[in-house]
Design a protein around this ligand. Sequence first.
Ligand code: PPS
Length: 301
Amino acid sequence: MEGFDISALKQIPRPELFEFEGISMTHYFTDNWENVQNFKARPDDILIATYPKAGTTWVSYILDLLYFGNTAPERQTSLPIYMRVPFLETAFPVIPAGVKLADNLPTTPRLIKTHLPVQLVPKSFWEQNSRVVYVARNAKDNAVSYFHFDKMNIGQPEPGDWSTFLKNYIDGKNVFGPWYDHVCGYWEKKKTYSNIHYIFFEDMVEDTGREVERLCSFLGLSTPSEEKERITKSVHFDSMKQNNMTNYSTNPVMDFKISPFMRKGKVGDWKNHFTVAQNEQFDEHYKQKMKNTTLQFRTDI
Ligand code: PPS
């Protein structure tokens, strides 16, 4: 990356959680708040919105290949995915803020990542009728992935042990707030805003090619079928794990000795983490939190 020494990020302190606009956040996502809220979206922008660890990088890479795989092959070998698809609300020291990276994107469309819950998305995205691709993952696997991520990433609060983390997760005390409100918020938004494509991580694992197809329909792309097949192969877990531009190995805040970013990529890994008692307690709480929505998840495929 030009103009700044990303390795200095290795020194940043782990942040603390605090309440911000009604959800738990860290200052790395709120320090540039005014600029985030005033971000000027464009009608052709594509916002990739997710709760953390739901498959953001996977979908980001699919979209990047669909739009720029052929026209800009050097992107694929020289720019890590987190530079190609800026993370809007970030305000880390050393590197430019996400808003600045997004503003400076030379591409059309601009692919932009956010973990903000729907009510905190900058209003210009809705005003401009930008397309939104939302990816959701079942709450249990999402929790497991988030736990390992918080352990290996010094940009995140210290998660404690698994049972401490799970308790906090159930209470929505982790960065970007409760999983429940996040997935339901975008699900509800779909009723009044038709430019949202809602994808499930489990569907992507089950049949990636089918989900690429659906993405193309939503985006109005007539990508040839051989190209779609090639993309489906390139975004397989094993390929992305080997690929230094998609596996986050260039990102100094992450310690892969603790856990890799591309960890397992499975549906059902929660069974290796939840005790029987934790599972019962989780299910009970889940039933309450999700009783008013039509949104359904698979925890097994
Ligand atoms: S982040 O930090 O919020 O942007 O993380 P995110 O990219 O949303 O989620 C990371 C998890 O997605 C898995 N992943 C994949 N699974 C299957 N196939 C592919 N191609 C793939 N790419 C990313 C990644 O392994 C993380 O999940 P876990 O369960 O931890 O392995």
